[in-house]
Design a protein around this ligand. Structure first.
Ligand code: KIV
Length: 276
């Protein structure tokens, strides 16, 4: 089994091979992604709104990210495992950024970290790369800036904003990122940035011309309970399936159909140990 690394993603860009990336916050999901051949497993700070019931990603703590990164690492085998650095774990000082990114790698088992922002985080990117931690950048709709951005909307619409995003992308590349997430960016701008960079771009709501695509796995599988961004093309409707199954179990127990007598454990017969 050949592991995906930051260097192999660069090779994929050179070969014109598309990169796939999805989120996982636990071991079984990471295992599913690996079995499907997904290249990058991201323990996103989207765990905050997707799994922990927060309104946005801002309350997510390093300890929560460590907990979920460790779990995903236990299910990961081949994919590159990247962990998001949550809000305020890298912006305060370079020392804090180094320590927190180092913990995600050393304790969490991540092979890379992702952080949001442009030129203002370039020094942090360089400090982490100097510590041998591969860093993924994130431009466009950066959820940790939700209050400044004033909502979840497409970024890079004005000429000035486009120019700034191109400059930010080049500066991040110069600082040493190995890949760049472009979230909710006009497709022509994402294409232009993709052409200008030698490191791969991974788009989400940024059109088809980035070097790869990333999605929140729950959105892809139809598991998300609230509204889902328009750019998501769902591949399943698991929410409906889960709801149907749970209602059926509830009804079957109440009406005496579950459990069937024949399904009861036989004395002395081993009970299989549960795995994730
Ligand atoms: O936190 C996250 O899941 C992300 C992806 C949506 C890119 O940053």
């Amino acid at each position: 089994m050949v592991k995906v690394t930051a260097a192999s993603l660069l090779e994929m860009k050179k070969r014109g091979e598309k990169i796939t990336a999805l989120t996982a916050y636990d071991a079984p999901t990471a295992r599913f992604l690996n079995d499907a051949g997904v290249d990058v497993v991201l323990v996103g700070d989207s765990v905050g709104n997707v799994k922990l019931g927060y309104e946005n990603t801002l309350p997510v703590t390093l300890e929560e990210m460590l907990h979920h990164t460790k779990a995903a690492a236990r299910g990961n085998s081949r994919a590159l495992l990247a962990a998001d650095m949550p809000y305020l774990t890298y912006q305060i000082s370079l020392d804090e950024a180094r320590r927190n990114a180092g913990r995600l790698v050393k304790e969490g088992g991540a092979a890379a970290v992702k952080l949001e922002g442009g030129i203002e985080v370039a020094g942090i990117v360089k400090a982490l790369v100097d510590l041998n931690i591969p860093v993924m950048g994130h431009l466009g709709l950066t959820p940790q800036a939700i209050h400044r951005l004033g909502g979840y909307k497409m970024q890079g619409k004005t000429e000035e904003a486009r120019e700034k995003m191109i400059t930010d992308a080049k500066v991040l590349e110069g600082a040493g990122i190995f890949a760049l997430v472009l979230e909710c960016v006009p497709p022509d701008l994402a294409k232009a940035i993709t052409k200008k960079l030698s490191v791969p771009t991974i788009g989400i709501g940024a059109g088809p011309d980035t070097d790869g695509q990333i999605l929140v796995t729950d959105d892809l599988l139809g598991l998300t309970q609230g509204p889902v961004p328009k750019f998501v093309q769902p591949y399943a409707d698991l929410k409906a399936e889960i709801s149907r199954s749970l209602k059926n179990f509830n009804k079957d127990v109440k009406e005496g159909r579950y459990p069937e007598r024949s399904s009861t454990a036989v004395p002395g017969e081993p009970i299989p140990q549960r795995e994730s």
